[in-house]
Design a protein around this ligand. Sequence first.
Ligand code: PLP
Length: 399
Amino acid sequence: MALKNNGFATNCIHAGEIADQFGAPHTPTYDTTTFKFGSTADMLDVIEDRTPGCFYTRYGSNPSITSVEAKLASLEHGENALVFASGMAAISATLMAHGEQGIICLSEVYGGTWELMTKQLPTLNRHTQFLKANDIEGLKQHLAAGSSLVYFETPSNPLLEIIDIPLICSLAHSYGAKVAIDSTFATPVNQQPLTLGADIVIHSATKYLGGHSDLTGGVATAADDALEPMRNWRKNLGQILAPDSAHLLARSLATLEVRVLRQNSTALHLANVLQQHPLVEQVYYPGLDNFIGHEIAKRQMNGFGGMISIKVAGDGAAATKMVDGLQLFTLAASLGGVESLVSQPTLTSHRDLSPAMRQSRAITDNLIRLSIGLETAEDLERDLIQSLCKVGNMSDTGK
Ligand code: PLP
């Protein structure tokens, strides 16, 4: 059910839901791999699109899957969406389907994406050029040479870099290239890249969309013609999201807006607190007035998200001490869940980058990434302060 004139929160709950014969208020879980037919003629009507129906779950033809896809498409204002077994599956299907003439990757990206671009994709004749987002001349040159896809994250992992979506999209389109954006850090609550000119928007649904650190999934939303070749990669690489995970994702999306709005406000508060602390060398958060991407973020985002990165004064050991001293934040990879998480990117998400590569991207050993959850803001603040005090062997002010 497309709910064009309804608000975002209404669509989180109602869009895509399929009524069943028993009156269930939500789409049930169709935990089945296949669907039976009364006759060969009936089966062919479904396979050849003369009658609506389901055929085989790996193809994405399953009501639990198509229902959550319709919900996701409505949240991103896309024609359609495809769900995948992970964020990396969504990214790899996008790059396989649209990267054959060359990929241009702007600024830093999630370590797994970088590894895919540098190690696996070149063996499949998909080559990536890495550029800084402000290297507009370099971008024009590669577009003129025929690259077919510009790819970036905004905000980026882990330094929260903000890239001007309308600017890059209009430049890419003037050369006939498509733009794919990993919007995982923003969520569709805070940013809707398709409305700003992007062709494909990707999320690791493992993060905010799932929101409870209990499901692994991915999604790509776009116009049908961009999704069609990706659908075939998904089918034949076997990247489909399982129906029970699709159901769990739909359940989680119902609360997406309330979760993210709360994470936005707690993160903004904590970023301001951290910025005042003498043992914090730098805070990366798009909502801070003095953050380099703040003005662009204000133009293209509705809120600044729940991710904060900081550089602790000192070296990697100081950062590890801060991480290990936290009591409420959980030391774990990933992000976007109800519980606050902490990690050191050089030891986790960006571990596979060479030290020189990390250095050139300012991903230093003293960098800490915080994913702000739904706990009471004052409790998180107290935890951060007590751990920073331990790093500096300072006395806790008792706040
Ligand atoms: N994109 C971003 C920005 C991420 O942070 C991650 C994982 O951390 C991914 C994609 C990959 O997602 P998944 O682990 O669901 O494959």
